[in-house]
Design a protein around this ligand. Sequence first.
Ligand SMILES: Cc1cc2nc3c(=O)[nH]c(=O)nc-3n(C[C@H](O)[C@H](O)[C@H](O)COP(=O)(O)OP(=O)(O)OC[C@H]3O[C@@H](n4cnc5c(N)ncnc54)[C@H](O)[C@@H]3O)c2cc1C
Length: 413
Amino acid sequence: MSGESAGRARGIVIVGAGQAGAQAVASLRSGGYEGPITMIGDETYAPYQRPPLSKKFLAGEISFDRLYIKPVEFYAQANVELVFDTRAAAINRADKEVLTGNGRIFPYSKLLIATGSRVREINVPGFDLDGIHYLRSIADVQGIQSKFREGARLVVVGGGYIGLEVAAVAKKHGLHVTVLETADRVMARVVDPIVSHFYESVHRAEGVIIETGVTVSGFEGNGRVEKVDCGDGRLYDADFVVVGIGIIPNTELAVDSGLHVENGIVVDEFARTSDPDIYAAGDCTNHPNGVYGHRLRLESVHNAIEQGKSAAAAMTGGALEYNQVPWFWSDQYDLKLQIAGLSSGYTQAVVRGDPEAGRSFAVFYLKDGMLIAVDAINRAPEFMMSRLLIAQKAKLDPARLRDESIAMKQIVQ
Ligand SMILES: Cc1cc2nc3c(=O)[nH]c(=O)nc-3n(C[C@H](O)[C@H](O)[C@H](O)COP(=O)(O)OP(=O)(O)OC[C@H]3O[C@@H](n4cnc5c(N)ncnc54)[C@H](O)[C@@H]3O)c2cc1C
């Protein structure tokens, strides 16, 4: 042990003050762990929720303090040392120490890596012009909000959840919004064409221009973005741009210290990495999922919370297996989209309700008769019941699923 670390008691160190890290702290203390906890985060704030950043917080409908996962006082009351504005730069596994970018050393008995993910940047000419924004943090929201003027022209690059949520909020604020998506439909990675086309028509009815099958090839402007070039003759005027083209897991600490990393930090169902004293949770992990029988890397609050709980249990000698149906949500206008399960590989999509006639329906994804996922639009019962049925690997009759006279509770024969 060297320098600063000599005076420090070894305890649990958490790198990353986000959703998974905050959950781990709460679970450690509620589980009776009384030893030292240090949480190192490279942002300025106590752990906060990111979903509102593209929804109510961006819209100015909720205040800053509503974002906190736990009230700031919680950490002092729980006797947790918070180290903010500090980046963990390396892990010395031999001496069991975390080294920070500003030269501090934190010895650990157990280490949790909960570093989340960062935005994927767009690498085309003009990428560094002013006015090109991403959305991951509170600071990013503040940058985008500063451009929210009625009549301003916003081009959103990427028709995934985040791009579409930003488009919906911007439209409500009176901006001219264009969404550019490379795939032939929005949200193509996660939902059936029925759902994509429904969302495209809702956005278009609100006045958003949605262009699919276009790839941004560059940005033009004199110091500041003025046009978005799609390389096929199409040029879009822009006062500013928001890019939402996916994320990259923050795995560098794990890679550099020789942990097993493969599309995320490889952990088992108890959040254990290839080092017995190091655990990982949240967006940065690649973990097994017993429901689907293969490994996953997920970007969701539910995943971060549940893995945070498993990590806390495992670090203190317990065993809480993480083995759940993934779920996610997206809010756009008056539509709450709730997704349970993973639809990839489905053989049949069954629609309950009429997407043409109203703003409430569900699409069930069956694989050889077994329910594997649902997209529920303003349909909480379908979502809730499906979570249970997916976990049970229930085989369902498509005709009964379609029949709205049969309540979801009665859907299994
Ligand atoms: C705009 C937006 C909207 C979203 N909407 C939804 C939604 O509707 N539903 C949903 O389920 N999910 C949503 N998500 C995803 C969800 O927020 C994430 O999956 C979740 O926050 C992951 O938690 P985490 O703890 O793994 O990472 P994070 O919460 O991102 O926390 C990781 C923290 O670690 C810090 N960090 C990284 N490297 C280091 C280092 N070396 N040293 C110190 N600190 C470091 C990061 O800066 C960050 O503060 C959304 C995300 C965004 C950005």
